[in-house]
Design a protein around this ligand. Sequence first.
Ligand code: ADP
Ligand code: ZN
Length: 525
Amino acid sequence: MSVQAPTLERAQDLLQKFYGYPDFREGQKKIVASMLEGNDTLGIMPTGGGKSICYQIPALLHEGLTIVVSPLISLMKDQVDALTTMGIAAAYINSTLSGREVNDRIRAARNGDLKLLYVAPERLELDWFRDEMAQLPISCVAVDEAHCVSQWGHDFRTSYLAVAPFVDGLYERPIVAAFTATATPQVMDDIVRLLRLRSPETFVTGLGRPNLAFSVLRGEDKRSFLLNYTREHEGESGIIYAATRKDVDDLYQRLCDAGMAAGRYHAGMTDQERADSQEGFLYDDIRVIVATNAFGMGIDKSNVRYVIHYNMPKNMEAYVQEAGRAGRDGDPSQCILLFGPQDIVTQKFLIEQNPQDEDRKRNDYRKLQQMVDYCYTTRCLRSAQLEYFGEAEEHEACGICSSCTDERELVDMTIDAQKIFSCIHRMRERYGVSMVASVLKGSRNKKVLQYGFDSLPTYGVMGNRTEKEIAEIINVLVSEGYLMLSEGQYPVVRLQQLAAEVLRGQRKVMQRVVRHATAFASGAG
Ligand code: ADP
Ligand code: ZN
């Protein structure tokens, strides 16, 4: 029997035949081509970007079995059901099966009756499973949610470290392909190193999904915003993420009271309650679901029109993943982050509560600061995201995010910035944002007086503004790189090179005025 060479053309035929899609998406095409050439491949794609097809189609074209490592048992079943319905020979093995069922599936694999076998990473640690697989012709090991192998990611799982030894133990080394939605350069390095990818072709694509309009809103009354927004979008599906169960319950109640078709989801509910919520949302009985970040892994609902974050998440990876659940069908959708300074306090509390070593803690604080910077930036939000994830190409402004559509005037803030920088310098770069703001305001706060800051020449030079406004300006200066916050629970503001240029009069600082128009208009006094 002659086997047809696995070409991209054949891949396209199968895509049409099994999935009914006329074309690969741009990123998929490159990844599939790379895998068909037999390269180890690292594919970085947003949630909803279509990662699964990237390994499913090559699985059909290569001889032998493709093993898919996937961390979520519920997702595994859904995927396999979908494949089976399409007529693709797939199965999964996990802890929900009886010994007999497992044996049946192993036998099917042995007989060459399967093209795809889904397993959880823990399975790769079992000797008997490794022995079974070592005998079989395996064309590819596809690792889903590959960021789980990295301690620097947001979802480390030790069992992912078993992938590389598993691959080494196989009869012939297969292609190893890794996929994730979330990868900073650090995580990407870890994936390559810890999965022992061999000169992998790496593709980072589509992180800037053009149908998603990102907004960051600071200083909103969050509750009234939510009630108004959901009422105005009553016929649409939406997800509201909140940080705590308490917030979820509270917001859910308010939406119900307002007559919305609302649901909720968090880890404090029973399995049944959660399943009901999920189901109700999938079938549009529930239009808006209020949830903690426990919700969403494996949700494949294409027509989510908005994702609102009631609180700032812990890092950009988590944010992009959660927000990315909007607009999977490609239609215009909104991703709105409601930011309040209290969110920073909450996230720091969570970091402190989490028992972990100093390195990881420092890393968490650093990621948190990058998230905060995102909330304060005046740059195009999509460009900021792409840059964070290290997408190589030049970014054009997206034209639809809250920065791009911000019509407020850019105001020359150089004088204020100079006051702030000079004050930080005189305080010897040893204090946090609120202390600096108090001194600039001319506060009679006990600490200010105790340290003798009332005798600094910069004491009270911004007395015409509130401390909150001053802190806000400082935070924007941090996000724009003039200042830096040290890591840790009580970060200290430090001057950066850019600030020195401003102090020397070599650089101007432009900011968009935030809300407090009158205070800004009254000028320095
Ligand atoms: P991910 O695993 O990256 O989150 P999925 O593989 O679940 O994404 O795909 C997301 C959605 O996009 C699915 O509904 C899938 O059927 C659809 N999709 C994937 N590839 C294509 C394509 N080439 N053309 C049209 N739809 C596609
Ligand atoms: Zn933009």
